[in-house]
Design a protein around this ligand. Sequence first.
Ligand code: TXA
Ligand code: MG
Length: 522
Amino acid sequence: MQTKILSTSEYDIALAGEIIAKGGLVAFPTETVYGLGANALDDDAVKSIYVAKGRPSDNPLIVHVSDKADIAPLVKEITPKAQALIDEFFPAPLTIILPKSKKIGNAVSGGLDTVAVRMPENETARRLIKSAGCPVAAPSANTSGLPSPTRAKYVIEDMSGKIDAIIDGGDCEFGVESTVITLATEVPTILRPGAVTQEMIEQVIGRVDIARAVLEGMKNDEVAASPGMKYKHYAPKARVMIVDADKTAYENFVNLQKDAFALCFEEDNITIPKVTFGKENDDLSQAKELFDALRQLDEMGAKKVYARIPNTKGVGMAVYNRLIRAAAFNIIDLKKPFFIGLTGQTGAGKDYVGRYFAKLGFHIINSDEIVKKIYDNNPELLQQLAEEFGNDILVNGTLDRKKLAMLAFSSRENTDRLNKLVHPAVISLCEQEARPLAVLDAPQLFEANAQSKCYKIISVIAPYGTRLKRIMQRDNITKEQADLRINAQLDEQYYIDNSDFVIYNNGEDIEIQIRKIMEEII
Ligand code: TXA
Ligand code: MG
């Protein structure tokens, strides 16, 4: 099919209206994103929208009108809250869901008994609907799964040859799709955030909820309040990861990355290839540019993208909602004190893994060294230890570490007694030394309850025989003594169950294992 590219002239709008009236498909600009329109009352025309987009048929469409008076025939009833929203906002980037009337077929509503209606603000959109002489069903004019088009050129890319015409009306003002609110539930609920914010709506109709899936991923067995929630969205070809960090931490992190792109704010100082989406404290600019930025990243051939996390206030919630879907809910959390917590069974080879991380440029914080510092500088703690384990552990006021280790690691109970005294002091000192991308190398990470301070936890485990041999050699102790230490530790299953990743030091190449893990994390 030859797709006509039309202007916003009187003549072209009349032509486009006629195409829709006759059952054809026309893409047109709105103030949010471009829409792909068909006569909402013509089931066959509506079905062809799904085909052109490759959209699942259970994902309903929004019905667009050019006049407030055209809403009543589409719905069972305009409730007082619906009327209040219409009076206050329409025309607007706001979509209202209400129980549908008999006029609305199953193709438009995806088989639901409700219908989504919106009166767009964009003049070209309203002129087109008026000229078509019918309500216009229109999803965003992108191929299903790709970012919504905010410029005519992206519609042309996605829809050329698949639809009758595209009206080129320039760039869209808001850049994210309309706010979708359902009034078909007891408490009005925002299913998709947009430029009309929760605060703005609450001022008119009182309490409004935000559907959980707006900011979080859907659970596997969860039923979608809006079918659109369950589908992959806005995804460029690249793997996108959101970096939760302030400006400086983000810059430091991103500038270290190779073969990657930054999706950042204009103010960010980035030395790797980048695409910006607006300014840090300007949510409207972020909304306007986000989809365009995602499309640009594709054009530039980006494979890996690190995105700066937007604020979720105001329209920022809409930006965050789209970005987190583009990132498939992948968030790298740099706000925790430690990027990686590295732990494992004694003698399993954790130190080797730590050294490899250091080679990769990570800042290693070795809790054993911190423990030494603590013993050297904390007479109060030494006194408490002497009270707990006997004065023999002190020689001229300094700690006989070997003796303490013998006593403390000889049983689970003794280990616990030591831990209670030492752990809190150690972890807090480790935290003081933390820098961006710190690795906390801590054999007692779990015992010290430091999990929540680490973004990801890696445990190193090894077969019993290997560990036994290593401990005996390393510490110059007998098999019995080594056994005692091994038995005082958490078992293998505990490490497996409580870690994000496990490295097996059983002859498999450790560096390959680490690189694989790092690929998954960043
Ligand atoms: O800004 C916009 O709303 C753009 C422009 C073209 O108007 N349109 C748009 O349509 O974004 P679409 O189809 O891409 O997104 C409509 C969303 C989908 O997530 C869909 O699941 C939801 O609205 N939706 C539509 N009807 C619904 C209904 N009856 N119940 C629940 N969700 C509904
Ligand atoms: Mg869409």
